[in-house]
Write a protein that binds this ligand. Structure first.
Ligand SMILES: Cc1cc2nc3c(=O)[nH]c(=O)nc-3n(C[C@H](O)[C@H](O)[C@H](O)COP(=O)(O)OP(=O)(O)OC[C@H]3O[C@@H](n4cnc5c(N)ncnc54)[C@H](O)[C@@H]3O)c2cc1C
Length: 493
């Protein structure tokens, strides 16, 4: 480990163990990061730990949309849609570098059970739920206009289309920038630090942590604890959460295959998939299949890819796509709230904040788009419990980061180079090659020659972090294992 990084980390872990915290957040996905930011901004002494890297879980494996969830209108869940619609606009305001308004063209077919008139009403209502001011107003198209917008679209039974607006974000970057904001407000944040248990004390909790880089055991004292461990939430000793995990995968292909300017909504019966323009690429997904097993093991299976490609070709029949056209993929788990017997709950797409025992909160469900609101509601509750006056919540008004701090953050990856790498290593807690390639930069997902880029980054990291040849080899092996990408050449040493 490089001197300055190891000194920084030692200092962070010492600070965690030496401070009497008001709040320790377990889990550095978007949920935990939002809570840490809000709590720190209100003046609470805040710590956060993640057993893996920050954003390792669902928060780097989503569809990357800030959205109200048009499809939930179909189920009459107007309150849920309104809540998320207002939040998507707040996030775009506080983090414009991570919110790009995007049109979604939703074709209507005679056979798919969603009549065009119903879609036209739906998107108007969707606009109204953003206080009447969505990013841009929705509109309808007749058949000819739709075909002009989406050349190559399946015209069999086509009635027309509607277009509504949501925004594209970058989930991992949103999480990391939220954490950077929390750190600027004095929160103490440690990745690769696992929460292993806690015992009650008069003033709160005595927590046991394990440093995943050295194996060292640590003890931390805190008044309150928040379990924000997403798909892992059920497994945490004191948790009262009951989840149903649902897997969703995405594939990335080159945009030249389908040069659309708007996103496209694909329908498979009641199911919906998106084709999302992302710079020179397209993101296509997602699936929705029940998942059992350790969250760490979630993976893209050949059947998932076949399903996504089949849906895409169903809507654009002339498209000649094979698996070899896929640049990258990812698989994630939706931590949906379940009934106590494990069956899907009515509120499965909403969030839940529960305090099953004094000074312990389980915060689960919800989505990327509503993370700020979930955090506000959680911190309101725990600030009341702590009983010390705090400043009011300011997360809806204060920019996530000053503009000058966002040079290496955005929806698309930054230019490939050492400047970005040094920033990630020095200012964003990047420890491994995977941290840099997947979550900090996104280079892995974007570039067809990601494998060669990983070799180059491994060389740079060896130089800057003082890695041995054996460490470099191990880092590349871990990268290939995490991404399912075959090594470019056999690493030596
Ligand atoms: C396929 C898919 C598509 C989605 N698309 C969208 C979308 O477009 N828009 C949207 O708004 N939402 C979307 N979502 C939902 C959204 O991504 C999730 O709601 C959100 O990311 C959940 O974040 P989280 O912080 O709760 O969980 P996670 O991101 O999974 O974070 C939990 C963290 O807890 C850590 N952890 C676990 N155990 C411990 C421990 N013992 N000690 C310390 N740390 C621990 C893990 O390492 C992990 O980093 C999507 C979800 C999926 C699966």
């Amino acid at each position: 480990m490089n001197q300055s990084f190891s000194a920084q980390r030692t200092q962070t872990l010492r600070r965690l163990t030496e401070t009497d915290l008001d709040l320790l957040v377990i889990g550095g996905g978007i949920t935990g990061s939002g809570i840490a930011r809000d709590a720190a901004m209100r003046g609470l002494r805040t710590g956060l730990v993640d057993r893996h890297d920050f954003a390792f879980g669902t928060s780097s494996r989503s569809s990357r949309l800030l959205h109200g969830g048009l499809r939930y209108l179909e189920q009459g869940r107007v309150g849920l849609v309104r809540e998320a619609s207002l939040e998507k606009k707040i996030l775009r305001d506080i983090a414009p570098h991570l919110g790009d308004p995007l049109g979604f063209v939703f074709p209507a077919y005679r056979k798919n059970g969603r009549p065009l008139w119903q879609l036209r009403i739906g998107v108007k209502l969707y606009d109204l739920l953003c206080n009447g001011r969505n990013f841009s107003p929705s509109r309808g198209f007749n058949e000819a206009e739709t075909l002009a917008l989406l050349p190559g679209l399946n015209r069999d039974g086509l009635l027309g289309a509607v277009r509504y607006f949501d925004a594209l974000t970058n989930d991992a970057r949103l999480t990391l920038d939220t954490l950077r904001s929390a750190a600027r407000h004095d929160a103490t944040l440690a990745n690769y630090t696992r929460f292993t248990g806690a015992t009650r004390e008069a003033a709160g909790w005595r927590c046991q942590l394990e440093d995943q880089l050295t194996g060292a055991a640590l003890t931390v004292r805190t008044r309150t604890l928040v379990n924000a461990t997403g798909p892992w939430a059920e497994g945490l000793g004191l948790s009262a959460v009951k989840l149903r995990l649902s897997k969703g995968i995405h594939v990335v292909i080159d945009r030249r295959h389908l040069p659309v300017t708007d996103a496209v909504v694909l329908t498979e019966g009641k199911r919906i998939l998106f084709v999302i323009p992302w710079g020179e690429r397209l993101i296509v997904g997602t699936t929705d299949t029940d998942y059992e097993g350790p969250p760490e093991n979630v993976a893209v299976e050949p059947a998932d890819i076949a399903y996504v490609l089949r849906s895409l070709k169903g809507t654009f029949p002339a498209l000649k796509l094979t698996e070899s056209d896929i640049i990258s993929t990812w698989a994630g788990l939706r931590p949906l709230i379940a009934n106590p017997d494990g069956s899907p709950s009515d509120i499965s797409r909403a969030h839940q904040i529960r305090c099953p025992q004094p000074a312990w909160w389980d915060v689960s469900g919800g989505k990327l788009t509503t993370y700020r609101l979930m955090a506000e509601q959680t911190v309101d509750q725990l600030a009341r419990h702590i009983g010390r006056p705090t400043t009011p919540c300011r997360t809806a008004d204060e920019p996530l980061l000053p503009e000058v701090e966002t040079a290496f953050s955005g929806i698309q990856p930054p230019p490939f180079g050492q400047e970005a790498l040094l920033h990630y290593m020095g200012k964003e807690w990047a420890v491994t090659l995977v941290d840099v390639m997947l979550r900090r930069s996104g280079w892995h997902y974007y570039h067809p020659d990601a494998s060669a880029k990983a070799e180059q980054v491994a060389d740079w990291m060896s130089q800057h972090a003082g890695w041995s040849q054996a460490r470099r080899t191990a880092e590349l092996a871990a990268y290939h294992e995490a991404t399912g990408v075959r090594p470019l050449r056999t690493a030596t040493g």
